[in-house]
Write a protein that binds this ligand. Structure first.
Ligand SMILES: [Zn+2]
Ligand SMILES: [Zn+2]
Length: 329
């Protein structure tokens, strides 16, 4: 996420700190708080936050006014999301909503929860359907990989014009070791071959280089959220309680822009929840004062200090210096 200074974004970020954060917010896909809606008094204004620079952790999100415990700070739509393998036949292929029993699957076996989701997927799904993914999907399955599915979808979205080549560039990338790069290269070759075999005549896959694949995956690696729905159908309550004790309870994974700007705290004042779709809701966990930094917890906060420190270092590449960690709690 955004734990160290990011040079490539420093110009954009510094413009945020001087009050011109509208620019950055205009890049962000709010579902109900678009700045364009601001002139209409019946609609909500921009969210009560600004993106700025923290003293120690690079970019961060700050409250611009007092926010009450439990208040919704803002919502965010994913840039890209994909169902988990365990959920691929039980959730909407676009929004990750749990499917009702009456949903009719597509020829490929996946389903959309509504005509709207089907329409919004149409362009990239048409691209996806032209390609034979057997080898790529097998590779992900055998190695237990979830993030290459996000790259696959993003590649189809770029080809169809649903996403820009550099849409994730604003996010911080993970540091990739040479071993990680070697492993990722196999996935790249399979993705590139699958697409090139079918679409090479289109001439619009020049972007699909190893560099692009690694760049995207490096960003997805530390910015993707596991989407766990807290809502859903009543009839699912029991099965979801059962599922949640299993290893892979998440319905999918998703990448957002603004939620990725929140720094981590083992005793956070905000959290991110999903009610019934991959649309994220950022909520305050306690009263927050104007100017205070909003932080979420990237991991399971109930773990002990050593376990948290290790997971944050290994998974996100930073040493946590939050109050809880500093006090050995
Ligand atoms: Zn849907
Ligand atoms: Zn900590």
């Amino acid at each position: 996420m955004s734990h160290s200074l990011i040079r490539r974004c420093s110009r954009l970020v510094s413009s945020c700190t001087t009050g011109n954060y509208r620019k950055i917010l205009q890049l962000l896909p709010f579902s109900s708080t678009n700045l364009e809606e601001h002139d209409d008094p019946s609609r909500p204004g921009p969210p009560p936050i600004r993106v700025g620079i923290t003293e120690s952790a690079g970019r961060g999100v700050f409250a611009t006014r007092g926010i009450g415990a439990g208040d919704l700070i803002h919502t965010a739509k994913p840039i890209v999301c994909h169902p988990s393998l365990s959920g691929i036949h039980s959730v909407c292929y676009f929004c990750l909503r749990k499917l009702g029993s009456s949903t009719c699957p597509e020829a490929s076996g996946v389903s959309f929860c509504s005509e709207e989701c089907k329409q919004r997927s149409k362009e990239f799904y048409d691209v996806e359907m032209k390609v034979n993914w057997t080898d790529f999907d097998d590779y992900c399955r055998t190695h237990g990989l979830k993030y290459p599915f996000l790259v696959k979808r993003l590649a189809c979205m770029v080809i169809s014009g649903d996403a820009s080549i550099d849409c994730l560039d604003i996010l911080q990338p993970a540091n990739l070791t040479p071993e990680m790069i070697v492993k990722m290269e196999e996935g790249f070759a399979l993705l590139r071959n699958a697409i090139a075999n079918k679409l090479i005549t289109n001439g619009n896959i020049d972007f699909l280089s190893k560099q692009w694949y690694l760049n995207v995956l490096a960003r997805i690696r530390i910015n993707a959220f596991r989407v766990d729905l807290v809502g859903g159908l009543y009839e699912d309550l029991f099965s979801s309680a059962v599922a949640s004790v299993e290893a892979e309870a998440a319905v999918g994974n998703a990448v957002y822009i603004l939620p990725s700007f929140y720094n981590h705290d083992c005793d956070p004042n905000a959290h991110i929840i999903w009610i019934d779709t991959a649309d994220a809701k950022l909520k305050a966990l306690r009263n927050v004062e104007a100017g205070e930094e909003l932080r979420i917890c990237y991991i399971d906060a109930s773990m002990d200090r050593d376990a948290r420190q290790e997971l944050l270092l290994r998974g996100f590449g930073f040493q946590c210096k939050c109050n809880r960690c500093l006090h050995g709690d």
